[in-house]
Design a protein around this ligand. Sequence first.
Ligand SMILES: Nc1ncnc2c1ncn2[C@@H]1O[C@H](COP(=O)(O)OP(=O)(O)OP(=O)(O)O)[C@@H](O)[C@H]1O
Ligand SMILES: CC(=O)N[C@H]1[C@@H]2OC[C@@H](O2)[C@@H](O)[C@@H]1O[C@H](C)C(=O)O
Length: 362
Amino acid sequence: MKEYYLGVMSGTSLDGIDIALCEIDDTHCKLFASAEYPFPGVLKEEILKLTAGFGTLRHIGECHTKLGLLFAECINDFLTTNALHVKSIHAIGLHGQTLWHAPDSLYPFSMQLGNPNIVAAKTGITTVADFRGKDIANGGEGAPFAPAFHQFLFADTQENTAVLNIGGMANISLLFDTFCGWDVGCGNVLMDMWMQKTESQNYDTEGAFAKSGEPHEALLAQMLADEYFDKKAPKSTGREYFNAAWLEKNLRGFEHLSDTQVQRTLLELTAHSIANDVNATQATQLIVCGGGTKNSFLMQRLNVLCHAKVLPSDALGINSDFLEAMAFAWFAKKRIHQEPLLLKKVTGAKKDSIAGAIYAAD
Ligand SMILES: Nc1ncnc2c1ncn2[C@@H]1O[C@H](COP(=O)(O)OP(=O)(O)OP(=O)(O)O)[C@@H](O)[C@H]1O
Ligand SMILES: CC(=O)N[C@H]1[C@@H]2OC[C@@H](O2)[C@@H](O)[C@@H]1O[C@H](C)C(=O)O
């Protein structure tokens, strides 16, 4: 039977809140309506400070509330704009804003902010959140989760298919032979940081700034030698690792490089780290989603470096901007129907789990 779910995703790029209304049954997840709400600059700064380790418990608590209110406001606007009745939506799948992801800690955890109680109360819709906690409790990484959805979405593929998300971080799923997936490493995050620092821009539109510079081979080799890239899956990462301090450390001794040279080298780092992982497999097709698909120069470089054919998910009728939000709509459906997400081969958890906690509206 067809049911309607909302998926709400705000990722590591902190660029916006994606909302996807999906019609879902056992074999399909169809995007019905979607919208992106820009992230308020002040809140973005606040979160960046918290993710850099600055802030008090009170700040974290207040941010949890602020984000809950913001998500609810965006969802209510989305419902009004699309003339949707609350009763027609089964549930909301709310990822929340990752503040800190520490699967390798002595006491592992993954913290997403945006109080789901507020979202449920203010929208009147049952809200599913805290998707990663159970997997971590079962010994898993708690990420990436998208591979389960990729497998569902591209179940009919005839090729040796890999699916790549290039958001702030990059993650990949292999849908052939033994299903698996992992976080490749930095996606756009370091390039975005450098654009912010040198050009006061949120990102490098189409990769034009990077394209105007030459890569620096020694810097690239040094960054590619980072131990995260060599680590075997299961593995996941985030801003706790690929951050301003990481970039600063790597740029020490390379202060003479021009801003465009650095940007180009960072783009090559993203492209090479992805291509190295893809080329180590038998993938014949790489389906790409996430904001990185809009960086035409990055896509061009992936085409050159990867053995597999590279194509945006849009070429297969799946909106590359909303694939992650769709995933959380689908995860909510799985939770409501008490079905486990088959992720243990990805996250390394001892078993598959029914992921997410349910926050009733009443
Ligand atoms: N026109 C464009 N040209 C170049 N890059 C772009 C363009 N549009 C978006 N991007 C990149 O995509 C990023 C946003 O991607 P996306 O929304 O998929 O990330 P996210 O979901 O926040 O991250 P994650 O998947 O890690 O959680 C931007 O920060 C920017 O780097
Ligand atoms: C902890 C966390 O929020 N991780 C994100 C991040 O962004 C991309 C990559 O790193 C992935 O591991 C994950 O997001 C998607 C939705 C996932 O779980 O597949």
